[in-house]
Design a protein around this ligand. Structure first.
Ligand code: NOJ
Ligand code: CA
Length: 529
């Protein structure tokens, strides 16, 4: 019988119990009045995160950069960008977060550097370089080959924007007739793998708990099924398990069925890969890319959507993962429209959070979504935010801390803010919502607390869907019932097994009777059976 390869260990307990929060550092809190958020600003607002109940935060890239792609163009992986502070400020943030039981994750950008990175600056002049992918001629895919300005001449392969030269991790199908197709174990690709370990170890030394991994699927080129890319992550995972067993990698890959078995601890459902995420949230407004195809989403006030696509994708991913890792489910992110977008109003948000925080995925709250910050349409490009038709800047506006003219984000002139504030006179703020027990913020706080106090609602237990329309109803284990009705109209469901003993734990507009449940529009309820 063929030997069975040992399964990788399951993820650290802190991750499977986590509620993750994404901070976009330039837009969160400005401590020194230059109009750009920074690390001391994050440190100064940790009490908000502790109060909200999140247990880990992920900072989008905060490294040295010319900010041609808002920091996803890294010029020095080992140094905090001066506009955000210093490495010492990061260490201070990590320590202050730890004192509140919060872990800090950074963003690893393994697939490309900035064209300003010293590795590329050298390579552009060196005909012997193989840390990047070089060709003397343009070949398919044509738009990915960029003329080199350095003495070496030729063309380099870009990974995203032209200013982001792809690091060379080799090709799955080398071809001597196309010499830029290095094998995955050629010296350049191996040097790049080693560099990833050095970068990670550097930040682990400062107490960082792990990384969100940018474009994790992009490393090995021409890689059918991402088999070689998966092996690369498997190798890095084995290194982590050996040397840093408490640290984690959360992929931006968008295919957990592939990425988690390969070795990543978790992977996001993403807007540009499949419909799992969009079928929940994307109402066709806000930032729309080539992936948009106008189907109604489930969290739709007219009740025109269905959770079926999400449920099918979830079941497939969950079966493939088989307990080895997690599917991360975000409210939004810096590339994708916020929950409060277009016609979706604040009153509709809490039932989305009730679902997010009672489903067995890893919940990820995008900064500001906890108060229902709006996607702001019509803003100009900022640092490469406009990507084709995708106006990503609308999701990147300054955090709204209070109701002062600068929203407590910064003391700079508003003209100097990283991006304009939401101009709406009734824009939500943390201060106002903290004072209102019925606010989105306080509902999200209660939902997070309930999840963290109730292991049955977390990533470990089973989920059994009882109804997949309006309402959506499911059991967590055998002990908890969740009902969400994200449409405007009420909904009713016969549940013959429901008894008078069902105890409401957290309820908004949902009532049970023996044998049935009735939900108001935008209602949700979590019950102990
Ligand atoms: C995905 C990031 O989330 C996005 O913001 C960035 O532009 C690209 N990767 C390139 O790094
Ligand atoms: Ca600042």
């Amino acid at each position: 019988m063929a030997p069975v390869s040992p399964r990788q260990p399951a993820v650290p307990a802190w991750l499977s119990e986590a509620v993750l929060y994404q901070v976009y550092p330039q837009s969160f809190a400005d401590s020194n009045g230059d109009g750009i958020g920074d690390l001391p600003g994050v440190t100064a607002h940790l009490d908000h995160l502790a109060d909200l109940g999140v247990s880990a935060l992920w900072l989008s890239p905060c490294f040295s950069s010319e900010f041609g792609d808002a920091g996803y163009d890294v010029a020095d992986y080992l140094a905090i960008a001066p506009r955000y502070g210093t490495n010492a400020d990061l260490a201070e943030l990590v320590g202050a977060a730890a004192a509140r039981g919060i872990r800090v994750l950074l963003d690893l950008v393994p697939g490309h550097t900035s064209h300003r990175h010293p590795w590329f600056q050298r390579a552009a002049h060196d005909p012997g370089d193989d840390r990047y992918i070089w060709s003397e001629r343009i070949t398919a895919p044509v738009h990915e080959w960029i003329p080199n300005q350095g003495r070496r001449g030729g063309f380099y392969r870009a990974n995203f924007y032209p200013i982001q030269p792809a690091l060379n991790f080799g090709y799955a199908r080398p071809d001597p007739a196309e010499p830029w197709r290095s094998p995955v174990d050629a010296p350049g690709p191996l040097a790049n793998r080693a560099a990833l370990r050095e970068i990670m170890a550097h930040w682990f030394g400062l107490g960082v708990a792990g990384f969100r991994v940018d474009m994790a699927a992009s490393l090995v080129k021409d890689d059918p099924g991402q088999v070689e890319t998966g092996k690369l992550w498997g190798e890095l995972r084995a290194w982590l398990d050996r040397e840093h067993p408490d640290k984690v990698l959360i992929a931006e890959w968008g295919d957990p069925a592939r990425s988690v078995p390969a070795g990543l601890h978790a992977d996001f459902f993403l807007h540009f890969n499949g419909r799992a995420l969009r079928s929940l949230w994307d109402n066709g407004s806000g930032s729309q890319g080539s992936w948009a195809h106008g189907e109604p989403c489930y969290f739709d006030p007219d009740g025109a959507g269905s959770p079926a696509e999400f449920l099918t994708a979830w079941q497939a991913a969950d079966a493939a993962i088989a307990g080895r890792g997690l599917v991360a489910l975000p409210t939004a992110n810096h590339d994708f429209s916020r929950l409060a977008c277009g016609p979706r109003t604040g009153e509709q948000l809490a039932c989305a959070f009730a679902f997010l925080l009672s489903w067995p995925s890893l919940p990820v709250v995008y900064y500001g979504d906890e108060i229902g910050m709006r996607y702001v349409p019509g803003l100009p490009d900022k640092e490469g935010s406009q990507f084709g038709t995708e106006a990503r800047q609308g999701s990147r506006t300054p955090m709204q801390w209070d109701d002062t003219p600068g929203a407590g984000f910064s003391t700079a002139e508003q003209a100097d803010f990283y991006l304009p504030l939401d101009p709406a006179p009734d824009r939500p703020s943390v201060a106002a919502q903290r004072a209102d027990p019925a606010s989105t913020l306080n509902q999200v706080r209660r939902l997070i607390r309930l999840r963290r106090e109730t292991p049955e609602l977390g990533t470990g237990g089973t989920v059994t869907v009882l109804a997949d329309g309006y309402p959506l109803a499911y059991l967590r284990g055998t002990t908890h019932l969740v009902v969400v009705n994200p449409r405007r109209e009420p909904a009713e469901l016969a549940l013959p097994q429901l008894t008078a003993a069902a105890l409401p734990l957290l309820v908004q507009g949902v009532r049970t009777t023996p044998g049935a449940v009735r939900a108001d529009g935008f209602g949700y309820g979590i019950f102990r059976l």
